[in-house]
Unconditional design. Structure first.
Ligand SMILES: Nc1ncnc2c1ncn2[C@@H]1O[C@H](COP(=O)(O)OP(=O)(O)OP(=O)(O)O)[C@@H](O)[C@H]1O
Ligand SMILES: O=C(CO)[C@H](O)[C@H](O)COP(=O)(O)O
Length: 337
């Protein structure tokens, strides 16, 4: 089949009526999001919640299943990357119960204090996102309907983790640096391999647009941009279109912002995949159009979630959230058909 523009497949408001279909489902759809600490797992989970709304999507962090709190870890010398330092069996049994539609008392880890809080009752919503360091380990996989691995380059992750752990988790800068150093080989040993089984991999690198400049890149970016690489296993061709609005007048303006988009069908680990590369900055109106187009695709008039997770975030966060949310929602729509 040749790829062509097909206006009859353009997004139509209400076309999929996902909310009604989700409400009619017998069991929740379980989405797994895995990756290192500080890679962006919770941020991208929030993007799905921003689009669908918290009455349809809820999240469970596997951090609640750590076996040791921060003070205990300082004595034991272990890190949460070690699967043995987590109650993964308990997490698996809880997900099985949620999948069967049961409410579960979920343990909660409080990052602000580094201690466990009282467990909370989690009543399953139509979509439950499980995010954590070990979400794609073999015992979890049969329970997942779709999976995402977030693979953020070490230099980017270091910046994000430094900022977050010093501002929100009460760490001194030197402690975060030492912890990152201590965990580096543990990441390779216990976490990175999970990307081999993910349905979608999001890789985040520092922006590479300066390499495409003729001479020197001269634009002043309003915020740090990244090169996002989304690796997706393709589905059937007969899908509703989703158009990314790119304003070509950007090209002829003095205030042009750098932006790059490429789709590259590839063979990867013996499998056909499509790789989407995006780098640079896009006008906020274009991003908003994309958010509304994805909402319309699933049958909503607008993103249904809390604006704290969406409209107030920096461009780079919102755009990456949409790139992850799109294949996830596409899958959710297919499962709810
Ligand atoms: N695309 C992005 N651009 C800029 N900052 C980002 C982006 N994605 C995530 N971040 C920031 O990186 C930090 C880490 O993200 P997040 O808390 O989602 O990671 P995580 O994988 O859930 O971490 P942990 O497992 O340690 O809880 C956050 O402060 C978040 O705002
Ligand atoms: O690897 C991690 C996943 O988020 C964290 O380091 C782990 O949850 C412990 O958190 P904290 O450093 O706040 O005690």
């Amino acid at each position: 089949m040749t790829a062509s523009f097909s206006p009859d497949k353009a997004p139509r408001p209400g076309a999929n009526q996902l909310p009604a279909r989700l409400a009619a489902r017998e069991r929740p759809i379980i989405i797994g999001v895995a990756g290192d600490s500080g890679s962006g797992k919770s941020t991208y989970t929030q993007g799905i919640e921003w689009l669908l709304g918290s009455e349809r999507v809820s999240q469970i962090s596997l951090d609640g299943y750590h076996a040791e709190d921060r003070a205990t870890r300082r004595v034991s010398g272990r890190t949460p990357l070690d699967p043995e330092a987590n109650h993964l069996d308990r997490a698996v049994s809880h997900i099985k119960r949620l999948r069967a539609g049961e409410a579960v008392e979920v343990p909660v880890y409080d990052h602000a204090s580094g201690t466990f809080r009282a467990p909370r009752l989690h009543t399953p919503t139509p979509v439950v996102v499980i995010e954590g360091l070990h979400t794609l380990y073999p015992a979890f996989r049969p329970l997942l309907d779709f999976s995402v691995y977030v693979d953020t380059a070490a230099t980017v992750k270091r910046d994000w983790k430094q900022r977050r752990d010093t501002r929100e988790r009460g760490y001194a800068e030197s402690d975060v640096a030492a912890e990152i150093e201590r965990r580096a080989h543990q990441y390779d040993r216990w976490i990175a391999g999970q990307q081999d089984v993910a349905d979608v991999i999001l890789r985040i690198h520092p922006s590479e647009l300066s390499e495409l400049a003729v001479g020197q890149l001269s634009a002043e970016m309003p915020e740090t941009c990244y090169h996002l690489e989304l690796i997706v296993t393709p589905r059937d061709d007969d899908q509703q279109s989703l158009f990314l609005p790119v304003d070509l007048s950007n090209m002829t303006r003095q205030t042009a912002m750098p932006f790059m988009l490429a789709t590259v069908p590839s063979q990867f680990r013996g499998q056909s995949v499509n790789v989407l590369h995006v780098d640079g900055y896009m006008a906020p109106t274009a991003l908003e159009t994309l958010e509304y187009a994805i909402s319309a695709f699933v049958g909503l008039d607008a993103p249904a979630g809390d604006p704290v997770n969406g409209a107030t975030q920096p461009f780079t966060v919102r755009f990456a959230q949409m790139l992850v949310a799109w294949p996830v929602l596409n899958r959710i729509v297919a499962l709810s058909g």
